[in-house]
Design a protein around this ligand. Sequence first.
Ligand SMILES: Nc1ncnc2c1ncn2[C@@H]1O[C@H](COP(=O)(O)OP(=O)(O)OP(=O)(O)O)[C@@H](O)[C@H]1O
Ligand SMILES: [Mg+2]
Length: 246
Amino acid sequence: MIKVLNVTKKFEGLIAVDNVTMKIKDITLLVGPNGSGKSTLVNIITGLYKPDSGKILFFDKDITNLKPHERYKLGIVRTFQIPQPLKRMTVLENVLISSPHPGESFLKSMIKGAWRKYEEEIIEKAFKILKFLNLEDLWEYEAYKLSGGQLKLLELARALMCDAKVILLDEPISGVAPKLAKDIFEKIKEIKNKLGISFLIIEHRLDIAMNYADYVYAMFNGKIIAKGKPEEIIEDKNLIEIYIGE
Ligand SMILES: Nc1ncnc2c1ncn2[C@@H]1O[C@H](COP(=O)(O)OP(=O)(O)OP(=O)(O)O)[C@@H](O)[C@H]1O
Ligand SMILES: [Mg+2]
């Protein structure tokens, strides 16, 4: 899906990402201590930062020079926390406004009736997504009334609404109670299996995340210091060292 090839990013002398190469498909987990370069890498993948060197490929097409909105249109979607103003909107409205612009069908929508049909379709799609994520009964609630975990599900709903092919999640279960955290990962796994969407997930809660990952990369000081399947990496001495010892 996405290939990161020898990517380096410096901030005034500090090497935040140091010659990183990785493949993102299925559920790829990115772990590492604070400041190791994880979010910077995600920002490079979504196009928010330009790397100093290296390339990003999407289905083998070089997207290194594409703007963030161009990558978004290709289906590379990152979830953001729902900002305060949107929290005053309902759950359904939050999902609806994530729907892609009608684009070409916008012209068609000038023709009487077509716009209405388009509206009906996106509302139906939004409800399908809400149902899948167990948010259906909350559709009328203003988002600020949701729990932390439900808000995380709403972020996922918004990503699904815009036809993502790869979803980048920065700490999807931070601050979420264990039961709901597991439910969120179950949903992520189901989305992967049923819709073929891939994920890059940054998460500090290894106890839960490791059970759902297909592949894991560990970063430290900008470098990938360990990689492998969960059962392999959990025994990696580099990983154990950065998490437990000096
Ligand atoms: N815009 C920026 N300008 C300057 N330095 C930055 C910038 N963004 C990140 N850094 C630095 O780059 C390094 C990597 O930061 P990054 O946010 O990528 O880490 P992280 O792995 O996401 O950490 P955390 O787990 O705490 O979120 C840090 O030393 C940080 O201070
Ligand atoms: Mg970060």
